[in-house]
Design a protein around this ligand. Structure first.
Ligand SMILES: Nc1ncnc2c1ncn2[C@@H]1O[C@H](COP(=O)(O)OP(=O)(O)OP(=O)(O)O)[C@@H](O)[C@H]1O
Length: 243
């Protein structure tokens, strides 16, 4: 059974159909990259998976269970599916470690000292141990984004969604964030990314999915999709994106 399965997912904003019958399966431990032009619906699709947006039709199955049924409490699902955004959204008045501990302290009612060992281990794993006591404005954009990833991981999610997490970074800081994604993939995390980093998607994804106007136009192994795209829309998009 796939870890995550989307069947006929439809999302509209008024008359605007932003996800138009999306089918997508993500196996446990896979990294799936969503690519496509601005406005194709990548962010909205991730927000639907995380139940930040209700869907109009279709279903979203996590371990075979429909999490998108109207009326279900989204909070337990959001603990299982972490999400990281383009803007890091760290609280400026809290240190990195305080930012990371905030949600687990509230949700799991754990004390700082009970959480500290596992949180320290996360900071260590992502090369941030020296930065735990720093405030966001004392960190580079890349470090802040890595802290935001650690914050999501502190909830022990089973799936992670990443929405263009390198788009707001200076080019020289992108690499360190992509390295974190590689580490996470190696640890077996199931991941879905909306990204404009084509070279990364080609090298690291298990599957790449090209979206246009809210539809999956083409999906497949990265080598196949990048080197021999079948659909004219995919060909046109890649010709522009890889220029
Ligand atoms: N809250 C909202 N209300 C109304 N329309 C929205 C809302 N969020 C997104 N949209 C519309 O949905 C469409 C898809 O947007 P979305 O952000 O999902 O695209 P995207 O592929 O992620 O683009 P980008 O690469 O620029 O992030 C756009 O037409 C956008 O204007």
């Amino acid at each position: 059974m796939p870890k995550l399965a989307l069947h006929g997912v439809e999302k509209r904003f008024g008359e605007n159909v932003v996800c138009d019958g999306i089918d997508l399966t993500i196996e446990e431990g896979q990294m799936v990259c969503l690519i496509g032009a601005s406005g194709a619906g990548k962010s909205t699709l991730l927000r639907c998976i995380n139940l930040l947006e209700p869907i109009e039709d279709g279903e979203i199955l996590l371990d075979g269970k429909d999490i998108s049924l109207p009326g279900l409490d989204p909070q337990p699902v959001r603990r299982r599916i972490g999400m990281v955004f383009q803007s890091f959204n760290l609280f400026p008045h809290m240190t990195a470690v305080e930012n990371v501990m905030l949600a687990p302290r509230r949700l799991y009612r754990k004390s700082r000292s009970a959480l500290l060992p596992e949180v320290t281990e996360l900071f260590e794993r992502f090369g941030l141990k020296e930065r735990m006591g720093h405030y966001p404005d004392q960190l580079s954009g890349g470090q802040q984004q890595r802290v935001a990833i650690v914050r999501a991981l502190a909830m022990k999610p089973e799936v992670m969604l990443f929405d263009e997490i390198t788009s707001a970074l200076d080019p020289q800081l992108v690499g360190e964030v992509l390295d974190v994604l590689r580490l996470l993939k190696d640890s077996g995390m199931t991941m879905v990314l909306a990204t404009h980093e084509m070279a990364f998607a080609r090298e690291a994804a298990d599957k790449v999915c090209f979206l246009k106007d809210g539809k999956v136009i083409e999906e497949g192994a990265p080598e196949a999709l990048f080197d021999a795209p079948q659909h004219p829309d995919t060909q046109a998009f890649l010709a522009r994106a890889l220029k």
